[in-house]
Write a protein that binds this ligand. Structure first.
Ligand SMILES: Nc1ncnc2c1ncn2[C@@H]1O[C@H](COP(=O)(O)OP(=O)(O)OP(=O)(O)O)[C@@H](O)[C@H]1O
Length: 468
């Protein structure tokens, strides 16, 4: 009933496009799994989905369905049902007729009524079965569209941003319904979205794509806690992870610091394994990732073990009701991931807009895409200058980690002119004002470090590269 889907080194070149829309994509989806394809607009998610459906030819590579080579299988023979963003209901048919329509071909000559009624009951739409699409709300229309997919008892659901035309409340509601339905039916589901929150809440696993290339496949929790590279770290999680340019200082005489230019973090001694592995980065530019919950505003005397102190100047406080996000200037230089520079599309209809923006941006859009493909340049420096601390700053006067206050607050040579480089999550009642300098406690247990190419080096990857 439900199917295994394997994509092996699958690439897709569209005519007249210099680079592939999908580039050597390999993935095993197990029967009954809910797999989410996640990534920014134009990264190739829909193309992967359409190749699985048979709506798009595979240029190179193999698609296996239950282990059988299926590149050339006709779409109608794949027993897959697709749900799109734009509902695609027949306006002149009632909900009942829309849901029953595919059954005319799947069950010719048979009575469809019971199957339609069963589907309507599962979806809770019995009362709207005799209405036309024009008489339905967006959410009801999408339920009917899902009903049309479910009634066929497919072996695979393929969903392409099915909720993106709906308002936030309805999206959250239908998201829960989709999870309940697909898991209840045990049908393999591949779900496309650019909304990381949706992906994280729905997927058994999330496959994150960038410029046609698969970046990471993992359960949502691992994508958040163990991002394999800076792109995944930045794409997953709200507010976005703070990414700061830095250098490792590891003098032979001992100790290790992470230098942000104006401030340094001393790593507590004895160094743990992950921190020891940073020694080989000595003097090289790195990117430090700090999620908003890894830093708190508190007095140094309140530091727990594993927390070190830096400071920042309050730029802006974003009140969110249940919490506040405090934007601070620590005098560091933010690192930028090219595709994520534009605000993430969100809200109803965002997808079409973003697609237009991507394709219609002309030269700039293409340049951004080109930049994105250069894996060696996966992270840019915001001001275009070299990495901070490219010459070694003076040796600090005390050993790092010897006290919780192991940061060296160097007097700024010039006024701190950068805008907020660090966002910290706090309780809603925080009493800070713009311009206040506040102490920040950084929890080193939640420190991420990426090398210049954007690959995570702390926490150390499970498989260490072999030293030649
Ligand atoms: N029929 C086509 N002909 C040429 N190029 C195409 C075609 N369809 C898609 N593309 C290009 O292939 C790339 C991947 O497109 P795709 O629709 O798969 O991305 P996506 O991640 O689903 O984006 P979105 O979320 O905006 O829909 C894009 O650069 C897009 O412009």
């Amino acid at each position: 009933m439900t199917r295994a889907i394997t994509l092996h080194e699958v690439s897709k070149y569209y005519p007249k496009q210099p680079s592939p829309a999908v580039d050597r994509f390999s993935l095993d989806i197990t029967p009954g799994e809910f797999l989410v394809l996640l990534g920014p607009s134009g990264c190739g998610k829909s193309t992967v989905l359409r190749m699985i459906a048979g709506l798009e030819d595979i240029t190179t590579g193999e698609l296996l369905l239950d282990g059988e080579y299926s590149n050339d299988l006709a779409p109608g023979d794949r027993r897959m049902a697709m749900v799109f963003q734009n509902f695609a209901l027949y306006p002149s048919m009632t909900s009942r007729e829309n849901i029953g329509f595919p059954l005319r071909f799947e069950m010719p000559g048979e009575e469809h009524g019971p199957r339609v009624d069963e589907t309507a009951r599962i979806l809770g739409i019995e009362e709207i079965l005799d209405r036309y699409p024009g008489q339905l709300s967006g959410g009801e229309r999408q339920r009917v569209a899902m009903g049309r997919a479910i009634s066929r008892h497919p072996s695979v659901f393929l969903m392409d941003e099915p909720l993106s035309n709906l308002d936030a409340k309805l999206r959250a509601h239908l998201r829960a319904e989709i999870a309940r339905l697909t898991h209840g039916m045990g049908v393999t589901t591949v779900y496309v979205t650019h909304d990381q929150a949706e992906a994280m809440s729905l997927g058994d696993r999330v496959a994150i794509m960038r410029s046609g290339v698969l970046q990471q496949v993992s359960p949502p929790r691992d994508a958040y806690h163990l991002p394999e590279n800076v792109f995944v770290a930045a794409f997953v999680g709200t507010p976005r992870i703070n990414l700061l340019q830095a250098t490792v200082i590891a003098p032979l005489s001992g100790g290790m610091w992470i230098d942000f230019g104006r401030q340094r973090l001393g790593l507590p001694e004895p160094l743990n394994f992950d921190h020891q592995m940073l020694r080989i980065q000595q003097g090289r530019p790195i990117i430090v990732g700090l999620r908003s919950e890894a830093v708190r505003i508190a007095q140094p005397s309140q530091a727990h073990s594993g927390e070190v102190v830096i400071s920042g100047i309050v730029e802006h406080v974003e009140y969110q009701g249940h919490e506040s996000l405090v934007h601070l200037n620590t005098g560091s230089r933010p690192a930028v991931v090219p595709e994520l520079e534009a605000p993430r599309p969100s809200g109803p209809g965002a997808r079409g807009g973003s697609r237009r923006a991507a394709s219609g941006a002309g030269g700039l859009g293409k340049l951004a895409q080109k930049a994105a493909r250069r894996i060696q340049a996966s992270v840019l420096e915001r001001d275009g200058s070299g990495p901070s601390g490219s010459g070694l700053p003076p040796k600090p006067s005390h050993a790092p980690g010897s006290s919780p206050v192991s940061v060296i607050d160097r007097p700024a040579a010039a006024p701190e002119t950068q805008t907020g480089d660090l966002v910290v999550r706090t309780g809603p009642d925080i009493r800070v004002r713009r311009g206040d300098r506040v102490p920040l406690l950084v929890d080193l247990a939640h420190l991420y470090v990426f090398d210049r190419d954007g690959n995570r080096i702390c926490p150390a990857p499970a498989q260490q590269p072999r030293l030649e």
